[in-house]
Design a protein around this ligand. Structure first.
Ligand code: ZN
Length: 854
């Protein structure tokens, strides 16, 4: 023991020398901020290879961050969640040791800025809060590597400049926002990596396989999820975010290899959210931009600003923090997507892309620290004005609630609470007052717009989330708040169903009822669905049951009444749905329990095409939304079949096949005939968006797409336009994302469980269905004036949308095709239209529309 101890100082010296040497090897990145503390390993020393020589796996990134926290009093590590694939989501906090020791005090002081009722003067000696977020898109890999270099520099550099940053800033590094996607990409790129770097874009290293690493486990774009908070990555982040309300937040991305580098300001017209204070766009961005241009010019890198990207949708990492009194910043680096890649100017190499992200990480810290008092004052004003200013709608709040579906209402309230919106219960409805710190989030959730911008959009132009949930709501001119809701636990206690010897009835209007029904079916319970309404006496009194109510006839099961009750109880506990015990089959009104209008339901056996082929690309977002919906909310298995197996797969194993948007050009006539014959045998094909267009264009059904009125293309009708406007004008005709109203047939099985004929749907494609010639086939059609929220060009609105159907079911043989023009599962957040989709799965097999007479 003694011997070893005496050797110890020598060993330390020896390893310090090695570490010192390795540090120098990465001078390309680090030389500006030397000297470095020799006791802290550089990323290269820790990983065993230089940054930029490989794609670092997320667990190695976390291990490095953990090592920094272990070795340095300037850093501490926090796990803020776990991904779907159980990877750790971490934040490394970096500041000087005094600040780290006083973190609780600093946090308390910082939170006074977001309290509109706090009138204490701003302490400008308090550190500014900076959150550096990286790699939300997993295959834009440069930024997580830059995160390690940034963390190392901040923790280990002994340069006075860095010490000044740490004195004046609390820096929170989130090295990988999307670890599941990052590792999917890193594994793919490392797999094909060569010692002799291959820049040829056709090399496998540069060609990711489906699904690409951009998205998370269920193929969601996490850079759209800050508002909707569907995924654990965003839920964890929001929780963390609302503990700190950072003043500055970064969001690092990559774009095509021929592009240089982009930083804000964004495109001026497209990126204005009307509820955002103007200073955010005008003053703050302009303060930061010179720091980035200086940092990039210092290393000779080119860049551009102002020409592109749009920051209006409030669910981006570069926009949500703006709605919390911070300044969020987007960065886009022309990517190498591999270690080296050819482009118009020769090649772009991975280390080069990392270095640009790295210098701008440090430039962000510098800019934040040097503009501290301005940013702190801005945040204070932001929350003060939230409770002070009148809003242009004149409303003092909103009232909402859907009495027909407690679980959907509860999910909506849960989302509001995740954003720290104050919600109150007032008798059987809920109110949200404008007079609260999160007033701008209230506006975001409820306000709708027709036109406040007229340019081409990078993304959605409508996000009034209340409409996503099909939530009835109204603006209030005066408000009685009621009792504050802090949690939705026990908000809607479901009365425990007593044992029945005759029958149980389940209310299909409840959001989670399909999960309950599937649970019964997979446990061998036979159920049927009411194709007409009824009123019956239950053990808790007379109840009305609408279309689609589920009947469990106890005496017609192969199980005993006790066994049935056990399964009924399980499913009520799991899904929290209203279930009623009934001891008589004789209805007070409508059909009796033994009626032929109760149809025995088949258990859905669902498959979906995914993947790609030489000329095929299935929309991974839409496929992921379906998978996520069934797997995580309704606990239903779904078979994901790579579309290249279309000719080999035995479709007889399934009764429902889903084709989401995509190009399916590799399905040849044999494949088409196979699908068509399978449908004719009594099965259900469900298509969405361009999947629907595929079914129509390939004549699987007799329906048609809406055609524009014959353009009189005589020469004098063609108006000359400036070349420079072409892409903007064309872009305007792409329907990027708007909320429109449809009229729903509540008696059609696809409309079962709905109580209002008019409802919002999400339209983000140019697929327009001509209403069917069969009078019973058009389940949902756009109303006379369908616009609810967002931008639609006049041409799309007048010539297409108003004349079209949103949802058609067309019979072929004994089967049918359920055709959605619009995506009912958009971003996992359209709770309002999910049931249309689930009805297609549960009730599709029971739709038999007589063929049209003509
Ligand atoms: Zn990106």
């Amino acid at each position: 023991m003694v011997k070893y101890r005496s050797l110890y100082p020598l060993l330390v010296l020896f390893f310090s020398l090695i570490i010192g040497l390795q540090t120098q090897a990465q001078d390309y990145f680090l030389k500006k901020y030397g000297p470095f503390d020799p006791n802290i390993p550089s990323p290269e020393a820790f990983l065993g290879y230089g940054i930029g020589e490989q794609f670092t796996r997320h667990d190695r990134i976390v291990a490095y961050m953990r090592k920094l926290a272990e070795l340095s009093p300037k850093a501490s590590l926090e796990v803020y969640g776990y991904t779907h694939e159980s990877r750790e989501l971490v934040i490394l906090t970096i500041s000087n040791p005094q600040n780290i020791d006083n973190i609780i005090e600093i946090q308390k002081e910082h939170l006074q800025l977001v309290d509109p009722n706090d009138y204490s003067p701003i302490n400008t000696n308090t550190p500014i809060v900076i959150q550096l977020g990286y790699n939300v898109h997993g295959n834009e890999a440069s930024s997580s590597e830059a995160a390690m270099l940034t963390a190392y520099t901040l923790v280990a550099s002994q340069h006075p400049e860095i010490e000044r940053y740490l004195k004046n800033g609390m820096i929170f590094i989130d090295p990988t926002i999307n670890p599941d996607g990052r590792d999917r990409f890193a594994q793919g790129a490392n797999k094909f990596r060569s010692n002799e770097k291959v820049e040829d874009r056709w090399d496998a290293e540069h060609n990711e396989t489906w699904p690409m690493g951009r998205t998370n486990h269920y193929w969601f774009d996490l850079n759209r999820d800050w508002l909707l908070a569907v995924n654990p990555e965003s839920q964890g982040k929001l929780k963390w975010f609302h503990k700190w309300y950072p003043n500055v937040v970064t969001d690092f991305h990559e774009m095509g290899s021929n592009s240089t580098y982009f930083f804000e300001p964004m495109k001026p017209i497209g990126s204005l959210d009307p509820i955002m204070p103007k200073e955010n766009y005008e003053d703050l961005n302009d303060l930061f931009a010179p720091y980035y241009s200086e940092a990039l010019e210092e290393i000779g890198s080119f860049y551009y600003t102002k020409e592109s990207f749009d920051g209006t949708y409030p669910g981006y990492g570069s926009s949500y923090p703006d709605l919390q009194g911070g300044l969020a910043l987007l960065f886009e680096q022309g990517g190498s997507f591999g270690l080296k890649r050819e482009n118009d100017f020769g090649t772009v190499e991975f280390p080069f892309t990392i270095r640009n992200q790295y210098v701008n990480s440090l430039a962000t810290v510098k800019a934040a620290v040097e503009n501290k008092s301005k940013l702190l004052a801005y945040q204070k004003d932001f929350f003060r004005s939230a409770v002070k200013d009148k809003v242009s709608s004149g409303f003092v709040g909103y009232e909402f609630g859907d009495l027909s579906d407690n679980n959907r209402t509860k999910e909506f309230i849960d989302l509001l609470l995740k954003h720290k919106i104050k919600v109150y219960k007032n008798s059987d409805r809920f109110t949200v007052p404008m007079n609260q710190p999160q007033r701008r989030m209230v506006q975001t959730m409820f306000e709708t717009y027709r036109k406040y911008r007229d340019s081409a959009f990078y993304d959605a132009s409508a996000w009034s989330v209340a409409n996503f949930y099909n939530m009835p709501y109204r603006g209030l001119k005066s408000i009685t708040k009621g009792e504050e809701v802090n949690t939705t636990k026990n908000l809607y206690p479901v009365e425990k169903v007593p044992m029945a010897n005759y029958a149980y009835l389940i209310d299909w209007r409840d959001y989670y009822s399909p999960g309950a029904v599937y649970h019964l079916q997979r446990n061998g319970i036979k159920v049927s669905s009411s194709f007409k309404p009824l009123t019956v006496k239950t053990t808790v009194g007379e109840k009305e049951f609408g279309y689609g109510s589920i009947l469990v006839p106890v005496t017609r099961q192969e199980k005993s009444a006790d066994e049935v009750y056990k399964i009924i109880k399980e499913c009520q506990e799991k899904f929290n749905v209203p279930i009623y015990a009934v001891e008589t089959g004789f209805s007070v009104k409508g059909i009796d329990l033994g009626s032929n209008n109760f149809q025995r339901l088949k258990t859905p056996k669902v498959a979906m095409f995914i993947g790609d082929g030489p000329n095929t690309y299935v929309n991974g977002y839409e496929a992921g939304e379906v998978w996520h919906l069934l797997d995580t909310r309704f606990h239903m298995p779904i078979v994901k079949i790579p579309v290249k197996y279309v000719k080999r797969v035995d479709l007889k194993k399934y009764n429902t096949l889903i084709m989401v948007s995509g190009s399916y050009n590799d399905i040849d006539s044999i494949g088409k005939t196979k699908i068509s014959n399978w449908v004719k045998e009594g099965n259900t094909l469900v298509t969405i968006g361009s999947g629907t267009a595929w079914a129509i264009n390939n004549k699987l059904v007799k329906e048609k797409l809406t055609k524009p009125e014959k353009e009189k293309d005589s020469l004098e009708k063609i108006k000359r336009l400036p070349y420079v406007d072409a892409s903007e004008n064309r872009g305007r005709e792409q329907l990027g994302g708007a909320i429109v109203e449809v009229d729903l047939d509540l008696t059609h099985p696809i409309g079962f469980g709905y109580v209002r004929k008019q409802m919002p749907v999400y339209k983000n494609n140019n697929v327009f269905l001509q209403p069917s010639k069969n009078p019973y086939s058009t389940v949902a059609q756009y109303t006379q004036e369908p616009h609810i929220d967002g931008f639609i060009s006049k041409k799309n609105y007048e010539e297409f949308l108003k004349k079209s159907a949103s949802l058609i079911v067309s019979s072929i043989g004994s089967g049918r095709v359920v055709m959605f023009a619009d995506n009912p599962n958009f971003r996992g957040a359209w709770y309002g239209t999910n049931k249309l989709f689930l009805n297609a799965l549960f009730l599709g097999s029971h739709i038999n529309v007589p063929p049209s007479s003509n």
